[in-house]
Design a protein around this ligand. Structure first.
Ligand SMILES: [Zn+2]
Length: 219
């Protein structure tokens, strides 16, 4: 169940670079390269016949729907117990709808975050950073190894840095972001061969739906 490749996420954006550049070949064995999930191109059909691969894809799509729900409705609605959710108000409506969820090693939802830059006036209040912070608070430690971060839009450099510092094991993102994406588009911070921590990355999950939400916002 792959989504069709869609056009640029934001007006005027170009298609993201694909990871056929040898410089980007820092992936572990069996790890998908950017563009292998939900996109046409080399490797796009790898593993489709494998049941484990299909199960993983299904799980990622399910998790992405939750992140998408958070992006659209704001953290006030459907927030799990124990998270500090801000009420959705006019400020929240001005924020670019990006949602993130951190799942524990057992697949349990640990924390959510929605982009709150306008709402809080905080330049670092991206969905990923807020979700990481809340997940760490909940677990009582900064190390989030074994956890998966799911986000509706390709993370920026700041968020990719925060993901690496939190030792997140797996990153699943939705729409590609050719202008600022730091997980395969403009940069590949998480799979740079010089990095000591390199999470698994699955990009373009439910890309069409995620891109549509962003396009609707900027319309
Ligand atoms: Zn960010």
């Amino acid at each position: 169940m792959r989504s069709e490749p869609s056009g640029p996420v934001l007006p005027g954006g170009a298609e993201p670079a694909d990871a056929t550049d040898p410089a980007l070949e820092t992936v572990r064995p069996g790890q998908p390269t950017p563009g292998s999930v939900g996109r046409v191109g080399p490797g796009a059909h790898e593993g489709l016949a494998d049941e484990g691969e299909a199960g993983r894809r299904q799980r990622h799509e399910l998790w992405m729907r939750r992140a998408l729900e958070i992006a659209v409705t704001g953290p006030d609605d459907g927030a799990p117990a124990g998270t500090d959710a801000e009420p959705a108000d006019a400020g929240a409506l001005a924020d670019i709808p990006v949602g993130a969820v951190v799942y524990g090693p057992d697949g349990a939802e640990l924390a959510i975050g929605r982009n709150e830059r306008e709402l809080t006036g905080d330049p670092t209040a991206h969905a990923e950073v807020l979700a990481l912070r809340r997940a760490a608070e909940r677990l009582g430690r900064w190390r989030l190894d074994g956890c998966t971060l799911v986000v509706t839009l390709e993370p920026c450099t700041m968020c990719a840095g925060a993901i690496a510092l939190a030792r997140i094991s797996t990153v699943v993102f939705g729409a590609w972001e050719p202008k600022t994406g730091a997980v395969g588009s403009l940069w590949d911070v998480l799979r740079d061969r010089r990095a000591t921590h390199r999470p698994e990355v699955y990009g373009g999950v439910l890309e069409t739906e995620n891109a549509a939400v962003l396009r609707a916002f900027f319309r």
